[in-house]
Design a protein. Structure first.
Length: 305
């Protein structure tokens, strides 16, 4: 009699790692849907809770999600720049700290920030001026956009003569699952104030994510980095110069994305599908403009408005 082949069973650790992979690779705004399916497949609450408790914090911070604070005083960005102990996140604009339930993606409580959690008055003048200018820009450029400015280095500097660093974080999302399309924009700008050189160096990272899934599964994940610099000036002048730099680079990048979308039917779109799909029906390459993918993605990301 032939020996029966033993089926290899995944260990609990392997199951958790696979579950985490699916959660962490969820498209923008869709981790709760993925989590529901993952929980059903695992059919083990302990394994699911272990995977979720590890994956959700990483996902939330990498996607820069924003959550409304319980007292309706504003939104807090879930980002490593404002992360404190105990799942707490600082909102510099309102000088409040929000405690976050990562898995449920909600704020559970809010408290006033402590003095040691805030920058010195000297740094706050630069931070506050820049925050005001970035807020104006985001309100103009991004539907439902959220932004914040953090001091990430040298927050105890009391006056001129020392270097310090701020970070501008911008997050915008448009979730429309009923229309089979979700999109997000994230940008992080590290700004180094070098007093000894009287310069301000800027490094930006931008990322666009989109998911179109009407009778298909098409995802966009585009990233771009850039550098710039300006003079070290008074807080208000620095804020104007830095917001102009950020506006310029983000507008330029969005314009390049829009230009690439216009070329989708002739180039990129062809690479998204097999010449002969599993339906065994030839794809109409001669008339790809009949498909609304380009228009829908552009609309969901607010590009071209």
């Amino acid at each position: 009699m032939a020996e029966e082949e033993e089926e290899s069973e995944l260990s609990d650790k392997q199951k958790v790692e696979i579950a985490k992979w699916f959660l962490l690779n969820s498209p923008p705004g869709e981790i709760q849907y993925v989590a529901k399916d993952v929980k059903s497949i695992l059919n083990n609450d302990d394994l699911y809770n272990e995977a979720a408790s590890e994956a959700f914090p990483v996902y939330n911070k990498s996607h820069l999600i924003s959550l409304q604070m319980p007292n309706r005083s504003g939104d807090v960005l879930v980002t490593s720049f404002g992360e404190l102990e105990g799942n707490a996140f600082l909102d510099p604009r309102t000088t409040q700290v929000a405690v976050v339930d990562h898995v449920k993606q909600v704020c559970t409580e809010v408290r006033p920030a402590l003095d040691e959690e805030l920058p010195s008055p000297y740094i706050e003048e630069f931070r506050c001026s820049l925050d005001a200018e970035i807020l104006k820009y985001v309100e103009e450029a991004y539907p439902k956009g959220v932004c914040s400015v953090y001091c990430i280095n040298g927050k105890d500097v009391e006056g001129p003569g020392s270097n310090f660093e701020l970070a501008v974080v911008i997050s915008a999302a448009r979730h429309s699952p009923q229309n089979f399309c979700n999109g997000s924009w994230c940008s992080i700008w590290n700004i180094q104030f070098k007093d000894d050189q009287q310069t301000v160096e800027v490094k930006g990272k931008m990322q666009v994510g989109a998911h179109y899934f009407e009778e298909g599964n098409v995802q966009l994940d585009a990233k771009h980095e850039c550098k710039d610099a300006t003079l070290f000036q008074a807080p208000d002048d620095c804020a104007l110069a830095l917001s102009s730099i950020i506006r310029h680079h983000e507008t330029e990048y969005l314009a390049s994305l829009e230009a690439s979308y216009l070329n989708l039917p002739d180039s990129t779109f062809k690479d998204l599908r097999r010449k002969l799909p599993v339906t065994r029906t030839l794809f109409p390459w001669h008339n790809t403009l009949q498909f609304s993918l380009t228009r829908d993605i552009s609309k969901e990301l607010g590009i071209g408005k």
